[in-house]
Ligand binder design. Structure first.
Ligand code: HEC
Length: 413
């Protein structure tokens, strides 16, 4: 029934329980001037007990805020299921002390292009859904990092299933293989794992890097991955289970494979983009803009040039790796817009402004250098990674409110 895929593989039973994730090191750090004491009031004790099992005060204090109890309940109702009476008391309390703060509203740019955004709410609340992908059979998969699960969605019927992973895995992102298996990065148990959907069985490959992050398949059959905290890059041969890992610059993040086989890496800890030779794993670095520049994600256009988000500076950029020259454009919502995920579809650049509430989806047409943007309908959360489907549509998500989304993009005639 089960064939080990390599010398390092371990089989896990499926009888895993769902633990409420909690790790101080993974929680958001408060900005220096933020008041992190809960004001006195009826809801205070309830907030402490209902909300702080998953995250701290920071997520509440720096949220966009809401004027009504109902709006507050709608937002936290996607994270935790509580009795109506308690939810209402919490809602009233939060609306009084954390009303709407419009300072983070995006600057939306009108335009002629029309898209449809469909969103689904995933079953397990508080899982922090992210990084949706499309499998060869057209199903959509996502990871629920904080609940250590992987989910499958049938976009035709809306039906969903969740597969439990080892509780310590906390998968960061996933990629499908040709057979429909789903590979995940075990961000908290230093593994690359593979789920066989037909049997539910899981194979794990132990990595030296402590926190595998994002992966990409290479035409040579290997899986390449970043490990942000460890500052490492890795290569897994799925046939033999052999792993090669090398040190790199701080906080390697997004990773993509170019048509010529070069593996490009975005760095969230330095102002660089890396180009890795897939054989030697040697990395050539391109320095980008100011030293404060941090690049979370990038994608590669069909001409081999690189589009990237300059997250810290609120810009997007375009690098020609042949010359090392690059050009940047300010994102419509400005320096605090924090562009995060990015994908290139048919020469057009799509990304989100994750610093804004609602989170905005932006379309940038390089030819005319024009922007158009939309508020993501649920809008509370962050798109942390995007995936282009076979039909050239876009998969997105909102990780705070546990949504997975499909952006239907009309095709040019
Ligand atoms: C089961 C886990 C869980 C519980 C319980 C929970 N949350 Fe959350 N919440 C999350 C996750 C996951 C995020 C996203 C955090 C991140 O991405 O760093 C989040 C983010 C938030 C945000 C930020 C939203 C944004 O703008 O992105 C707010 C506000 C929030 N939570 C409020 C609450 C309140 C109020 C409660 C209690 C009534 C609560 N949460 C309970 C999981 C939970």
């Amino acid at each position: 029934m089960f064939k080990p895929r390599g010398p390092l593989s371990v089989l896990f039973s499926l009888a895993l329980f769902l633990s409420v994730p909690m790790s101080a090191s993974l929680m958001a750090q408060p900005p220096g001037n933020m008041d992190l004491t809960l004001p006195e009031g009826d809801g205070k004790r309830l907030v402490e007990s209902a909300c702080f099992s998953c995250h701290t005060m920071v997520n509440i204090a720096r949220s966009a805020g809401y004027d009504s109890a109902e709006e507050w309940q709608e937002v936290f109702g996607t994270m935790i299921d509580i009795a109506d009476e308690q939810a209402h008391t919490i809602g009233e309390y939060l609306a009084e002390h954390y009303p709407a703060d419009p300072s983070r509203a995006p600057t939306l740019v009108d335009g002629d292009f029309e898209i449809d955004i469909i969103e689904w709410q995933v079953p397990t609340l508080g899982q922090r859904s992210r990084d949706p992908i499309e499998a060869p059979d057209g199903s959509i998969w996502w990871t629920g990092m904080w609940a250590s699960l992987i989910g499958r969605l049938d976009p035709e019927t809306g039906e969903m299933q969740e597969y439990r992973l080892p509780p310590a895995a906390r998968p960061h992102s996933i990629v499908p293989d040709e057979d429909g298996n789903i590979w995940y990065t075990g961000n908290s148990n230093n593994t690359i794992g593979m789920l066989e959907p037909e049997t539910g069985l899981i194979t794990e490959y132990r990595t030296e890097a402590r926190d595998p992050h994002t992966m990409a398949w290479h035409p040579n059959g290997n899986l390449y991955f970043t490990s942000q905290g460890a500052g490492m890059l890795g290569r897994l041969d799925p046939e033999t289970g052999e792993l090669d890992e090398v040190d790199t610059e701080p906080r390697p993040y997004g990773i993509k494979v170019a048509q010529n086989g070069t593996v490009y890496i975005a760095y969230n800890g330095t102002n660089k983009i890396g180009a890795m030779d897939p054989e030697t794993m040697e990395v050539r670095y391109f320095s980008i803009a100011e030293p404060q520049t941090r690049i979370r994600r990038l994608d590669i256009a069909s001409d081999g040039t690189i589009w990237y988000v300059n997250s810290t500076m609120g810009r997007i950029g375009h690098l020609d790796p042949r010359s090392g020259e690059y050009q940047e454009w300010e994102s419509p919502s400005g320096p605090d817009s924090h562009p995060y995920a990015l994908a290139v579809i048919d020469g057009v650049v799509w990304y989100n402004e994750s610093g804004m509430r609602p989170d905005a989806l932006v379309r940038f047409e390089p030819e005319s250098e024009t922007f158009q943007s939309w508020a993501i309908p649920s809008g509370v959360g962050i798109v942390r990674n995007m995936w282009v489907t076979e039909d050239d549509n876009l998969l997105i998500h909102q990780s705070s409110t546990n949504k997975v989304g499909l952006v239907v993009i009309p095709k040019e005639e």
